[in-house]
Design a binder for this molecule. Structure first.
Ligand code: HEC
Length: 153
């Protein structure tokens, strides 16, 4: 009987640890994607801050744009998988279709490329409306994936 209890306890511990490992892996991957996305978001915000009139950091605009372009490259590996219909916050995601996800990635990468050239132009002539259009283009790319699910960004 005592022996039986020990086995039961061991099975219980094993089951518990297996469940918690699987859980933490899933959360780790989501956390990683969120880090990537937050890097994205903060670089966009940083551009908006550095083009404020009088900012002494305006020389960094092109660098932030280049960083956004680099970050958009990370989206090539961001497909969370067909089974990932619901994220940990309970939202339904629209990406059962990997092909459609890849198209959104590619639109997002094109808009990041355009942002880099707009940022270079801005550096030369401070054509802010043109740069704001390019930033809006990048945000539209974000909304292709996030828009109707969350009012974001
Ligand atoms: C091709 C699709 C795609 C594009 C484009 C995209 N994202 Fe995401 N985003 C994802 C995926 C997948 C996740 C991770 C899923 C999750 O959080 O459940 C995510 C998560 C996020 C999160 C974390 C949300 C949270 O709950 O913590 C933020 C913030 C975010 N994205 C911002 C952005 C920004 C900013 C852009 C544009 C610069 C962008 N995303 C473009 C697919 C995309």
């Amino acid at each position: 009987m005592k022996h039986g209890l020990k086995i039961l306890a061991a099975v219980g511990i094993l089951a518990f640890s297996t469940v918690s490992v699987a859980h933490s892996e899933t959360n780790g991957e989501l956390d990683y994607l969120r880090s990537v996305m937050n890097i994205f978001r903060l670089h966009i915000h940083a551009i908006e801050q550095t083009i404020e009139p009088g900012s002494s950091y305006s020389d960094n605009v092109v660098r932030h744009a280049a960083a956004i372009r680099q970050t958009s490259g990370l989206l090539d590996h961001a497909y969370p998988g067909k089974d990932s219909k619901v994220n940990s916050r309970g939202h339904e995601w629209p990406w059962e279709d990997e092909e459609a996800f890849r198209e959104r990635v590619s639109v997002s990468q094109d808009s990041a490329k355009e942002l880099v050239s707009a940022a270079k132009k801005w550096n030369a002539n401070h054509d802010t409306p043109n740069l704001l259009d390019a930033i809006e283009g990048v945000k539209q790319g974000c909304r292709n994936c996030h828009g109707d699910l969350r009012n974001w960004p």
